[in-house]
Ligand binder design. Sequence first.
Ligand code: PRE
Length: 359
Amino acid sequence: MSLLEDARKQINEVDKEIARLFEKRMQAVEDVAHYKQEHALPVLDQGREQEVLDRNVNYIENEKYKDSYLSMMKDMMRISRNYQQSLLHKEVVGYQGVEGAFSSIAAKHLFPHYKKRSYTSFEDVIKAVISGEIEYGVLPVENSYSGEVGEVIDLLMKYEQVYIQQIYDLKISQNLLGIKGAKLEDIQQVYSKDQAISQSKQFLEGRGYELISYPNTAMAAEYVARMQDKTKAAIGAKENAELYGLEVLVENINTSMQNTTRFIVVGRELTMEGNEFSVIFSVPHKAGTLVSAMNIIARQGFNMESILSRAMKDKPWEYYFYAAIDGELKEKKAQKMLKELQDVCESVRVAGTYKKEGK
Ligand SMILES: O=C(O)C(=O)C[C@]1(C(=O)O)C=C[C@@H](O)C=C1
């Protein structure tokens, strides 16, 4: 037996033992998670982690392995924490913004039985999905009026650990909301987010209202509800009326009834089911490279639903592309296409696959 074969045989045996012990450790971790849930304790216990590291590193006899061992143990405890989070926070969905904002409405429609958690930024939502703090994140990617939400697309490029699993189109309807008992003729001041005010321009014109800008529609509704003043109204979704105990004075005051925001649901797994998939790729900064990539997609018979170019944050004047492609990712020709793309692109990643309605 060669030295290599001999060493690999030993590695196989050790790995087998490690796998068995890993499973045993994770079972104990599961018990810890349940205990912590019952006693409302946080998953992270830095003191305990330090104790584990300090004690266990002494079991390593050879000094030169100590650092590597410590980093392996740190990874092991990070995995353990993520696993505990995923057990404790099952059925929690996150969104950016305050309750009542359109992202929270989309989250409610998509996951009626899940607990909802709000985050201050899109990036925080994605990080919470990655860490297992929440199962899914609901994020806006495109609005039929204002176009793509570039920040979210950039985050899909940045964080390769999350995948789009669903898309959802939410029709944005703006309504005039007042306190109980208020009548349309009472209104003098109208509060809302700038976009909602401009979308309702036609309705507002000539009414002489004082228009007051607020960071978002939910906050405007909350303010009007708190003031209990019949002369104040907010522009927002019907869900905001319900949430803050307001009444809908006039329905659908937005000028275009076609205003729709597309949301994505991101999770930790790349599911293979869907009739559309998204690919994020970048090509070398040379003539003809984008054409070669597009030709590969076309040659395999795929239709591109849309393609966006976005600036690379760390490389001035270079771009990456986000393409939505009609078809099933699990098809052989899709896998072939991705393989061929890898040859001409600098980077290629499937951002997810999902079911697109009406196809
Ligand atoms: O002992 C605990 O409290 C655990 O949750 C287990 C564990 C570990 O995997 O060793 C994981 C997370 C904590 O931060 C500390 C230790």
